[in-house]
Design a protein. Structure first.
Length: 100
């Protein structure tokens, strides 16, 4: 059963971590061997990755599962610090790509 639009909860940390890694949704989907639509659905809150994919996402994106799931009690950095670090990494990745 499809969720109503107002019931969707975007998986914003997946998007932040993916962008910080310099990956498009398509590139991440290729690494995970899933359809790009699946990654898009995860990021927009239409569905959630299962535990196997959470482990793979954590490894590929170099973040903890707790970070992805917004379980802030065990993260070393605060949410704001982690988001800031990952957003800065995304900006640096974009600048590096432009130079090449």
């Amino acid at each position: 059963m499809a969720k109503e639009k107002d019931e969707r909860i975007p998986f914003k940390r997946l998007t932040i971590a993916r962008e910080a890694a310099g990956l498009s949704q398509k590139a991440l989907s290729d690494i995970l061997s899933v359809d790009a639509v699946t990654v898009n659905r995860w990021e927009h809150g239409d569905s959630r990755p299962n535990w196997d994919y959470l482990r793979k996402l954590s490894k590929v994106l170099n973040v903890t599962i707790d970070y992805l799931l917004e379980n802030d009690a065990v993260d070393t950095f605060t949410v704001e610090e982690t988001d800031l670090i990952l957003r800065a990494a995304a900006i640096l990745n974009k600048k590096m790509k432009r130079k090449n």
